[in-house]
Write a protein that binds this ligand. Structure first.
Ligand code: WQD
Length: 330
């Protein structure tokens, strides 16, 4: 299949591009490089530096590259920023996705894979999270993802388009071999921050809250390897052959880990101490979020290859150790 990967120079998109190549597909990347890294895209992949809101150019690319499927990873993901500047998130994540869907209609491309998030389910949901729980996001960011999920519901009904929605839990890790990995600016995610402490780039880190109703008092999350996420997306391609299909999957390992377990594992894997201070709870954090991925397992025959946090953190450590400044070192 010829696959247009929008946001293909970002963290999850760039891993998906390599998995697409490994599975015999032909990825073409479209990215405006606002957040993405040109160095994360392989030399032999066609790259278009274009904003996804530029419908005329996107439509031309869809036709010229003879695209069969569009995968859409491009979004602003900072929850805090979304609360301070919601319109920035609505414009990028919702308005530009509408523009993209219109460009697809114009070009006659009707298969779509969308990168959503467990945050669409909000704080009332009780883990493990299944796909049929109601959409109740508590941030503008989460709402933008929920909005696109609803838009896809109507588009698949109205236009015969078929779409697969994947809700990620905590995407983490890096490709085998340490060539590509996670490089956000600013970094807010737990595993890369703990690794930066292990590397001596930060003196210490903060643990946000230790009196949650969890075994060690710190938050439980479901860390899932970025290559496992990518494989699930590709496994859905055959199901998109049926017109008007809308598929939704939660993707996680289903085995949660606490903040302190992650810190301890980073210490074990790196061989360096990771000192931390206890800090107040971070606004918007829920005590526990982990997936029930039974649907992806049965319908997509998907099982995460990286089933333990240690195996995930080993790949993240390999990337950060060989690229301490991220893609600046690439
Ligand atoms: C994990 C845990 C923190 C940093 C993220 C995205 C969210 C969604 C899912 C995309 C929490 C704690 C963190 C630190 C800490 N992704 N922590 N000290 O918030 O679970 O969710 O992935 O849609 O949008 O934000 O991930 O890595 O930020 O935090 O104690 O310095 O680690 O409080 O309990 P999160 P995270």
């Amino acid at each position: 299949m010829n696959v247009l990967v929008i946001g293909g120079a970002g963290y999850i998109g760039s891993h998906c591009v390599r998995q697409l190549q490994a599975a015999g597909h032909k990825p073409v990347v479209l990215d405006n490089l606002v957040k993405g890294h040109r160095a994360s895209v392989p030399e032999d992949v066609t790259f278009h530096e274009v904003d996804l809101g530029d419908a005329a150019t996107v439509s031309k690319i869809l036709k010229k590259e003879n695209i069969d499927i569009v995968m859409h990873f491009a979004a602003f993901i900072e929850v805090g920023e979304s609360m301070q500047d919601p319109l920035k998130h609505y414009e990028n994540n919702v308005a530009k996705t509408v523009s993209l869907l219109k460009a697809m209609r114009e070009a006659g491309v009707n298969k779509f894979v969308f990168s959503s998030s467990c945050t669409v389910l909000g704080e009332e949901a009780k883990p493990p999270f299944t796909e049929n729980m109601p959409l109740r996001p508590i941030s503008a960011y989460g709402q933008t993802k929920a909005d696109v999920e609803v838009i896809l519901h109507y588009c698949t009904k109205a236009y015969g388009m078929s779409a697969a929605i994947f809700r990620y839990f905590n995407a983490s890790g890096a490709a085998e071999g340490g060539m590509i990995g996670e490089d956000h600016s600013p970094e807010s995610h737990l595993i890369p921050i703990a690794i930066q402490v292990a590397l001596g780039q930060r003196e210490k880190m903060m643990v946000f809250g230790n009196d949650y109703p969890t075994p060690d008092g710190t938050c439980l999350r479901d860390y899932v390897h970025v290559d496992d996420l990518s494989r699930a997306h590709i496994a859905a391609f055959p199901l998109l052959e049926e017109e008007g299909k809308l598929l939704t999957y939660n993707l996680g390992t289903g085995t949660p880990a606490s903040v302190l377990e992650i810190i301890k594992t980073v210490e074990d894997v790196s061989g360096h101490p990771v000192p931390y201070d206890l800090a107040p709870k971070r606004a918007g954090d829920v005590p526990a979020a982990y997936a029930d991925s039974a649907k992806a397992k049965s319908e997509l025959d998907w099982t995460p290859k990286y089933g333990t946090i240690r195996s995930i953190i080993e790949t993240a450590w390999a990337w950060h150790q060989s690229h301490p400044k991220g893609y600046e070192d690439a």
